[in-house]
Design a protein around this ligand. Structure first.
Ligand SMILES: CC(C)(COP(=O)(O)OP(=O)(O)OC[C@H]1O[C@@H](n2cnc3c(N)ncnc32)[C@H](O)[C@@H]1OP(=O)(O)O)[C@@H](O)C(=O)NCCC(=O)NCCS
Length: 150
């Protein structure tokens, strides 16, 4: 069932968001992973405390988007904003929460000097590619390769 998010607030990530993001990730993916999020939130806050954003409504975290600006990776010399992980509460989807998170984050990445913003999408995770395309992202001719080590 869809809830109204008229009181939605977009703000920078804080270390106290650990519980909210862990709960939201569990709601989306079905797995409780507090140590994963403690590590990730710590990483992004150390790298750039304002780049990553959360959406709060009805006193809880209903969306988050984590990323940063990096240069020189994968042969990309230009300062590049990377969106690395995002999630919106299923009860709050379709209300522009994801779009507002992206607007806020992209504005910050631009101010930090990024000339391009990139992300990697797993084609098997339905809807995420369409979401980024609606936001003006276009597929680029860069393939990801992987090899199992165990
Ligand atoms: C993808 C996701 C972030 C979209 O969030 P959202 O708040 O519902 O998106 P918005 O309402 O801001 O949508 C923005 C645009 O993208 C489109 N869009 C969003 N989800 C879509 C989908 N599943 N299929 C097609 N289009 C979609 C919307 O229609 C909208 O287009 P419009 O502006 O032209 O109307 C959300 O569905 C999600 O969190 N998915 C799971 C992510 C995940 O698994 N993360 C890893 C675990 S944490």
């Amino acid at each position: 069932m869809s809830e109204k998010s008229s009181e939605l607030q977009i703000r920078s990530l804080e270390d106290t968001d650990l519980g909210g993001i862990t709960a939201l990730d569990e709601k989306i993916g079905g797995e409780y992973r507090p140590e994963v999020w403690e590590r990730r939130i710590g990483y992004y806050l150390r790298r750039d405390p304002e780049a990553s954003v959360v959406a709060e409504a009805d006193g809880k975290v209903v969306g988050f988007m984590l990323g940063e600006v990096r240069s020189g990776e994968f042969g990309l010399e230009e300062p590049t904003g990377w969106i690395e992980v995002l999630g919106v509460d299923p009860d709050y989807r379709g209300q522009a929460v994801g779009r507002r998170l992206a607007d806020e984050m992209l504005e910050h990445l631009r101010r930090r000097g990024a000339t391009t913003v990139r992300t990697l999408v797993d084609e098997e995770m339905g809807g995420i590619a369409e979401f980024f395309e609606k936001l003006g992202f276009e597929p680029v001719p860069m393939r990801s390769f992987a090899k199992r080590l165990s």
